[in-house]
Design a protein around this ligand. Structure first.
Ligand code: ZN
Length: 442
């Protein structure tokens, strides 16, 4: 599988990472059904936005890109996506891109003008097929620069000449002069390097279908490669019916949202709807998802206490398998998990341990395919329930009030005992003119 990764221009919001979860579930399902999966997800670490935003912030573009690449990696990890087999960066594959451009020029599909190199869309008869458009009706994509030097306004850049004012470090030498890659070209070059000239699945967000994927396909097929056999496009997270924008997305940065719900709950929220359906974000729907996941988790924990975590056989229900085989229909698959949990809860109430074990084995296996098994070490390592932080704070405050009360009645022995017991738990208490403070020392 080749999945288009993020352009690392800023920290990701939940709309940015939805694709990673959708294709993580697909990958897990393919593995579960006996396939060997090589999963490539790229990092676009040089582009117009990265250059502009890093310049505005007064930081080197590569430092900006790397900082945001780490933010993206953190978000993918915290949401439990399996690491890619390979995660190539665009800037690490310039020689491969130069080679591909040379091939396209040789074959009459590309031309250089003053250091820029363009793909000649009229030279490729299948252009527009992927997005179901005819070349004659096709308007230039919104991000295509108007340029009289192009043979056709719809021609797109394979390579961009270095412009005055752009950092020298963001350019590489080529036979056509110094410059940097066009976005579309990166994926064609990296897919070929890691997956060969033809591979099975290509995924990405719906907004990538045109022009990005149309152009990737044109480049690779014009170079004589079979390229992707199947294409999948995930829908967006929307707000007010629109694709989540940078400004709207600010409150929905992954690291913000996982303060309000646990990461596993956010994953459930993003994975339960069908990957081709838009998710219209509301806080209440997010909280409802957390409650729905809590119902599944509570059964798994209670059942594991009763019969042991690994007591049941990992058998998927037919409804679950049928659903995922039908274009990865996660809504029906999640419904099948809830059904199994209902049966499991009935078995718990009836003290039917054999039935509890059967339900537990099945529920854990199904949740595992969705990356949502609460007993998976990933979620255990994630630090457990964020609500505990609130409870801890409340309990320490309660103890400190007791201590204040003891001091007020001049019972210093009790006050000191409370302080010492808190200290033994790793809670260090400090009296300041502004009041009593505490912090964790462990
Ligand atoms: Zn791509």
């Amino acid at each position: 599988m080749y999945v288009c990764g993020l352009t690392v221009q800023g920290p990701p919001h939940i709309g940015h990472v939805r694709f990673a979860l959708a294709f993580d579930v697909l990958r897990r399902w393919l593995i579960h059904t006996g396939h060997e999966v090589t999963y490539v997800r790229n990092v676009t670490d040089v582009d117009d936005k990265i250059l502009a935003r890093s310049a505005a912030a007064g930081e080197p573009w590569w430092a900006w890109a790397y900082e945001n690449e780490r933010a993206a990696t953190w978000a993918y990890d915290v949401l439990g996506t399996l690491p890619p087999t390979y995660e190539p960066r665009a800037t690490g594959h310039v020689p491969e891109m130069v080679e591909l451009i040379a091939q396209l020029i040789d074959r009459g599909h590309a031309y250089a003008v003053d250091g820029d190199v363009y793909f000649d869309v009229r030279s490729f008869p299948g252009y527009g097929d992927l997005s179901g458009q005819k070349l004659g009706e096709l308007q230039p994509a919104a991000d295509t620069e108007t340029d009289e030097r192009k043979r056709d306004p719809r021609d797109f850049a394979l390579w961009k000449a270095h412009k005055p004012g752009e950092p020298e470090t963001a350019s590489w030498p080529t036979p056509w002069g110094r410059g940097r890659p066009g976005w579309h070209l990166e994926c064609s070059a990296m897919a070929e390097k890691y997956l060969g000239p033809e591979f099975d699945l290509h995924g990405g967000g719906l907004d990538l279908r045109f022009p990005h994927h149309e152009n990737e396909r044109a480049q690779s097929q014009a170079a004589g490669h079979g390229f992707a056999r199947y294409w999948l496009h995930n829908a967006w997270v929307t707000m007010g019916g629109e694709k989540m924008s940078k400004s709207l997305g600010n409150t929905l940065l992954v690291d913000e949202v996982v303060q309000r719900v646990r990461p596993v709950e956010l994953r459930y929220y993003l994975v339960a709807p069908h990957y081709r359906s838009m998710i219209e974000f509301t806080e209440s729907a997010l909280q409802e998802a957390a409650v729905a996941y809590g119902r599944l988790e509570s059964f798994v924990r209670r059942a594991a206490e009763r019969v042991g975590a690994d007591a049941g056989k990992p058998v998927l229900s037919d409804a679950f398998s049928t659903a995922l085989d039908d274009d990865l229909a996660t809504p029906a698959a999640v419904a099948a998990v809830h059904e199994a949990v209902t049966a499991g809860n009935t078995a718990l109430a009836a003290d039917d341990e054999a039935a509890v074990a059967a339900a537990l084995g099945s529920v854990r296996a199904m949740l595992g395919v969705l990356g949502l098994d609460p007993l998976d070490p990933h979620w255990a390592a994630a630090g457990g329930d964020h609500r505990l932080a609130g409870v801890t704070d409340g309990l320490v405050q309660l103890a400190l009030e007791q201590r204040t009360a003891a001091r007020a009645r001049k019972d210093y022995a009790s006050a000191d005992a409370i302080r010492n017991q808190l200290g033994a738990l790793g809670v260090q208490v400090e009296d300041t003119p502004q009041g009593t403070r505490w912090e964790l020392t462990t």
